[in-house]
Design a protein around this ligand. Structure first.
Ligand code: ADP
Ligand code: MG
Ligand code: MG
Length: 872
């Protein structure tokens, strides 16, 4: 028979998976001899079983719970529902990973009218007894029966008003008794039944409610944001109560052994006398600072300090603790490794190393890579955020804080920024031609699109704040106005939004500059020591490349050449190229682009100082480049000596029903080999020039052909590249070496990787396309149904953000194996968005990639994640 229930004396901290964090640590504290009210933990497996059994607690589990109640009664000397010496318990959730405030807790369980009367008389403290009872009815109704907190809070407020008091503590025993009766009446009205009086029935109801709370909407969202699998389940802790609400010699509080915001090594905490549970955090009264406990109860304070030190020494990490004082006796109710800001995380890790408490490896392992993001971008002032009320919340697409005047077009953004205004670009969605305007903006807000929409991807790449998919926005781009939260916003109105939380605010929110403290550098140096994966960056401009190098990138894994065509008047030449009818016309247009592109590549090689640069040839469908407004069309027609109608006809002919699977990638080079020729010449000439200026740099161009599906389309384009490159090299009298390789981003290419590797010197997984081609849905449309997929648990996370290891991952593993079977020294990387996602980086490490490539601001995250993967 499986063991579903453990006494606190049977567990320890290594059993987190089974007992949840709270349960495992309550057991560990018990083992350490700390004062912990005793009880038992129902395992996370029991939770999973509960869901498997159709949300029922089966007889075997039920039986073990009952057995443990008896054991608990023996340990405590109290009895459930007893009139002499009643046992009251709390029923507390506790998952493997802490999910503060996401699930539910019920206190004072075991009370009924009879028991409360016994308690009131025997203790000589009726106020306490009735306070416990009214709290219990409140929590039970809310958590187990889902009546809703507000009805009860209204009743309390009404009572306080009638009595002319403001504080809960001023309510008398009589008042509380009256409240308890009102609560029960409320319960009966809402539920249609009497409030349950049998403690065992109460207990089973509470346990089920905690299991159920694993699946509540806020827990589901929290898990998705924090990468916690649904399958883990929560444990339930049943624990004897310690009463902080017995009067002025009792109280309750929370404390951190170090400051969770700054990392400073100083106890930080708060407590309230004559209070229970969440009173401290719920703000019913203003709590006192932990230092003041020294005056109120010096002995308890000293004992608490001793325990804090002991716990930190034991766990070798900053602890977040909950305690209760029952009539001058201290009880520990929880300890865990405290949540902290990225800044605090770095400081604490370095301090612990310096204090000799942990090793460098441990320091590297204890920092959540995802957190680092927040350090690299400007932030809103936390005090101001606390006071502000957001007008909406959308997807936190790219971190950072944006505050500025609203503009509605990329051109306006650029124009306003040029005259020194701070602007935020608000659009339905963005497209590649908005890039300049996006760059000029403090932040980008879109009404449509998901985490991997164009706006989101580009913004992350640029390190610009972006909030996407704010469906509450009613947008009227034409008239330059949008409506949100009942207000109209016009051009020039000021708004603020936070790309790390997704919150949008009316008006200006003060920002503070991001501080990159010395500790980040130390941690990164340690990470670099342990990681095996190289980290490159996706960068298209020298500025991005430089930034990425500062952040530790060891090369460029993906340079998207198309982004270079939008700057200034280059787009004109590019449009001429697209709208050419003959090869000659096209070559003439390309000849204008060649020197410009060569210049870009030279700047990139300069910025990289001899580190590898992979240049991908033109990839997107051509229609993304063509003009849409009359003026531009006319300009193009004039430039080419064609009629406006002809140009319009050419533009119309570029229309595709499914551009993502249309005329793009290497298919462009198959139809127009002269494009590949021009790009090859530009790369090779740039490399040769830079090499001449820096003979000691190791410059070996890596030319990458996108979107191949067959060894033959790859070979066709490769031949063009090789012929052009060899001719350029010969003409220059150089001995430059270069490599030609391919993106693996179509399932068919993955499946025939052995054939392809015979001709490709490297592979790079384009996991954005590979994901959409493998799933068969486009990332730009996935926003429409992903939420339904989350709600129904078909998906736990966005496959465009977190690599799907089962399907897409299998294709990757297969390609590596097949590829290396024909070319053992094949080098392989990844350059999709996943290259900067920690769990995906870990997977890349496991399957033996040589490098990951990600946007510049994710480079430190990838470095740390790679080190953690290597240290696992
Ligand atoms: P969360 O996981 O949301 O922090 P907890 O299970 O820790 O929820 O419970 C919330 C609060 O309830 C605790 O901080 C503590 O003050 C109080 N509490 C829980 N169990 C007990 C208990 N056995 N005795 C006294 N107070 C308790
Ligand atoms: Mg807690
Ligand atoms: Mg692609």
């Amino acid at each position: 028979m499986a063991k579903w229930v453990y006494l606190f004396t049977e567990g320890n901290t290594s059993m987190k998976n089974l007992l949840g964090g709270k349960g495992a640590n309550l057991a560990e504290m018990t083992n350490l001899g700390l004062p912990v009210p005793q009880g038992f933990t129902i395992t996370t497996e029991a939770c999973t079983q509960y869901y498997e059994d159709g949300r029922k607690i089966n007889d075997e589990i039920m039986g073990q719970i009952m057995e443990h109640i008896t054991k608990m009664e023996e340990i405590t000397g109290k009895k459930f529902g007893d009139k002499e010496n009643p046992l009251l318990v709390s029923v507390r959730s506790g998952a493997r990973a802490s999910m503060p405030g996401m699930m539910d807790t019920i206190l004072n369980l075991g009370l009924n009218e009879e028991v409360v009367n016994v308690l009131a008389t025997k203790s000589g403290n009726p106020r306490w007894a009735w306070d416990c009872y009214r709290r219990f009815i409140q929590m039970y109704s809310d958590v187990v029966m889902e009546v809703g907190k507000k009805y009860f809070e209204e009743l309390i407020d009404k009572m306080k008003e009638e009595k002319g008091i403001t504080q809960d503590v001023d309510l008398t025993a009589e008042d509380l008794k009256e409240l308890a009766n009102q609560f029960k009446a409320e319960y009966k009205e809402k539920i249609g039944e009497e409030f349950p009086t049998d403690p065992k029935e109460q207990l089973m109801g509470a346990i089920q409610a905690v299991f159920r709370s694993w699946d509540n909407p806020r827990a589901n969202i929290y898990r998705r944001d924090n990468d916690i699998p649904y399958s883990w389940g929560t444990a339930v802790n049943v624990q004897m109560m310690a009463f902080g609400n017995m009067g002025e010699t009792s109280g309750t509080g929370v404390a951190f052994t170090r400051n969770p915001a700054t990392g400073e090594k100083k106890l930080m905490g708060e407590f309230l006398m004559n209070a229970q549970g969440e009173d401290v955090v719920a703000g019913v009264r203003t709590p006192q600072k932990i230092d003041q406990l020294k005056e109120v109860m010096p002995e308890v304070y000293n004992q608490f300090i001793e325990i804090c030190n002991k716990l930190e020494d034991h766990y070798r990490d900053m602890q977040d603790m909950e305690f209760t004082i029952e009539d001058k006796k201290l009880y520990m109710l929880q300890t865990r490794n405290g949540k902290r800001t990225a800044k605090a995380a770095l400081k604490i890790a370095c301090d612990l190393v310096d204090e000799g408490m942990i090793s460098e490896e441990k320091a590297v392992k204890m920092i959540d890579p995802r957190n680092l993001d927040t350090l690299l971008h400007p932030q809103f002032d936390t005090e101001a955020v606390k006071k502000a009320t957001p007008i909406a919340k959308a997807l936190a697409a790219a971190p950072g804080a944006a505050c500025g005047k609203v503009v509605f077009t990329a051109d306006d953004a650029k124009a306003w920024a040029d005259r020194g205004e701070k602007v935020v670009l608000v659009r339905l969605e963005t497209s590649p031609e908005d890039i300049e305007g996006m760059k000029a903006s403090q932040g980008i807000l879109t009404a449509r699109g998901g985490m991997t929409s164009h706006a989101a991807v580009v913004a992350r790449g640029m390190g610009t704040c972006c909030v996407s998919g704010c469906s509450e926005i009613i947008m009227d781009e034409e008239n330059k106005v949008f409506k949100l939260a009942g207000k109209e916003y016009h051009e020039g109105d000021i708004i603020s939004f936070d790309g790390s939380t997704g919150y949008i605010y009316d008006g200006a929110m003060p920002t503070v500059d991001a501080t990159i403290v010395g500790e980040l550098e130390r941690i990164m140096a340690w990470a670099d020591k342990y990681r095996k994966l190289k980290v490159r960056t996706n960068a298209d401009t020298p500025a991005d490349a430089k930034k990425a190098r500062e952040l530790g990138a060891e090369g460029i894994g993906l340079c998207r050449t198309e982004h270079m065509f939008f700057e200034g008047d280059r787009i004109d030449a590019f449009r001429e190229m697209i709208c050419s009818d003959t090869v000659e016309e096209r070559e003439a247009a390309l000849a204008k682009i060649l020197p410009v592109q060569q210049g870009d590549f030279e700047a990139l090689y300069e910025a990289l100082e001899g580190n590898p640069v992979t240049i991908r040839f033109l990839d997107p469908p051509l229609h993304e480049f063509v003009p849409t407004d009359e003026e531009d069309i006319k300009k193009l027609a004039d430039a080419q000596g064609k009629s406006v109608e002809t140009i319009k006809a050419i533009i119309a002919s570029l229309h595709e029903f499914n551009p993502m699977m249309g005329h793009r990638g290497c298919r462009l080079a198959v139809t127009y080999p002269e494009i590949a020729k021009m790009q090859t010449s530009a790369v090779i000439r740039a490399a040769i020039n830079v090499k001449k200026a820096h003979p000691d740099w190791n410059i070996k161009p890596e030319i990458m052909i996108p979107l191949i599906s067959d060894v033959k389309d790859y070979k066709f384009v490769k031949k063009v590249v090789v012929e052009t490159a060899d001719a350029e090299i010969k003409a220059a009298g150089s001995d430059m070496k270069y490599e030609v390789g391919t993106m693996i981003e179509i399932p068919r290419a993955a499946l025939s990787a052995d054939e392809i590797a015979e001709d490709a010197e490297f592979f790079c997984f384009g996991t954005n396309d590979l994901t959409q081609m493998t799933y068969g849905f486009s990332r730009d449309d996935a926003g429409k149904f992903l939420n339904a997929y989350y709600d129904t648990k078909i998906f736990e996370s966005d496959p465009f953000a977190k690599l799907d290891q089962v399907g897409v991952g299998k294709l990757m593993e297969m390609s590596i194996k097949l590829g290396k079977s024909t070319r053992p020294d094949l080098h392989i990387g990844i350059c999709g968005e996943h290259g900067g996602d920690p769990s995906s980086v870990e997977f890349c490490h496991k399957i033996g990639l040589d490098y990951v490539s990600c946007s510049p601001f994710r480079v430190p995250i990838a470095r740390l994640a790679a080190a953690q993967a290597a240290l696992k």
